[in-house]
Design a protein around this ligand. Structure first.
Ligand code: PMV
Length: 309
């Protein structure tokens, strides 16, 4: 009846600091995606959300507050003025690993909202989709900056500052990234909570690290606009160092970043909440397969090259 997809995402620069008002640069990853399909359901049964990847089937009611995606679907029904709820089944499938910094929750949510709007014959703009998805992000992890829902709903690289309209971002030339997964699921809320406790205990130290990340992100914007890959690589390394100092890296993430650099990557860092999940390495296109192989040899459970255009 109606199908919509949404890409995964990576944060190139600025995670964690973005929660404290500093800028971040994020981009969609089209090699992985979530897809929502709306089909007719049983008359009188209202809206049902099927999540076969996690073995869940949830009836969407006005008070589906428990399940973040069912809560989101209820909000979407309201925004689309679908009252009473139509007897539809929304089935969500995803190739985006969960809790790994690739935006799996925001992508599933974006696909659901877009598919429901499509089935209802209503056109929503990216800002409306992003605002709805932000509501479910809040349920996944307490105090999200909004970067995930923004980059996924807009479907293009963005310069993001919390509370401001996102700036879609022009790349001088495409970036070749290799994404390596530690295979360790790491809920964003835990790393974000630890960063908050450290900031409360030692605000000056944390603020200095956020400022350092902000400087790196501004420099990265210039390097991206100028197409200067060598500088961008060094800035990825510097951002990773600041994230280590914030305590959100891990032995596995550090090992994968080192392996990527040794295999010829221009630079590497963790991406997203950290502790586990994914890292990214910037490479020349010709080096991508060798960096991918090095990440797998260093223990990545999956590694793939992607182009950010
Ligand atoms: O783990 P992810 O990919 O959802 O990224 C979280 C990014 C943080 O900056 C750590 C948190 C946030 O809300 O921006």
């Amino acid at each position: 009846m109606f199908q919509a997809s949404a890409p995964g995402k990576i944060i190139l620069f600025g995670e964690h600091a973005v929660v404290y008002g500093r800028p971040a640069i994020a981009a969609p990853v089209t090699g992985v995606q979530a897809t929502a399909t709306v089909t007719p359901g049983r008359p009188g049964h209202g809206l049902v959300l099927e999540l076969p990847d996690v073995g869940q089937r949830v009836a969407v009611t006005a008070d589906s507050a428990q399940q973040p995606l069912a809560h989101l679907a209820a909000l979407a029904l309201h925004a689309l003025a679908l009252d009473p709820p139509p007897a539809w089944v929304v089935t969500v499938r995803s190739t985006i690993p969960l809790a790994s910094g690739l935006g799996s929750g925001a992508a599933a949510a974006t696909a659901i909202v877009t598919a429901l709007a499509g089935a209802a014959g209503v056109a929503l703009d990216p800002a409306q989709v992003s605002a709805l998805v932000y509501e479910s992000e809040k349920r996944f992890h307490g105090t999200p900056s909004g970067v995930d829902n923004t980059v996924i709903a807009y479907g293009q690289p963005v310069w993001f500052v919390r509370g401001q309209a996102p700036e879609p971002f022009a790349l001088r030339r495409p970036l070749t990234l290799v994404i390596g997964d530690t295979g360790i699921a790491s809920p964003t809320s835990i790393a974000v909570g630890d960063v908050r406790r450290a900031w409360q205990a030692e605000p000056a130290r944390s603020e200095a690290l956020f400022d350092d990340i902000s400087e790196t992100t501004w420099a990265a914007r210039r390097a991206i606009e100028e197409g200067d890959g060598a500088t961008l690589g060094r800035l990825l390394d510097r951002n990773h160092g600041a994230l280590q100092a914030l305590g959100v890296s891990s032995a596995e993430l550090d090992r994968l970043c080192r392996a990527a650099r040794q295999a010829g990557a221009l630079g590497a860092k963790l991406s997203g909440g950290g502790r586990g999940g994914n890292m990214i390495a910037l490479t020349a296109p010709a080096q991508a397969s060798q960096v991918t192989a090095a990440l797998l040899a260093a223990g990545a459970t999956r590694a793939f090259a992607t182009q950010i255009a």
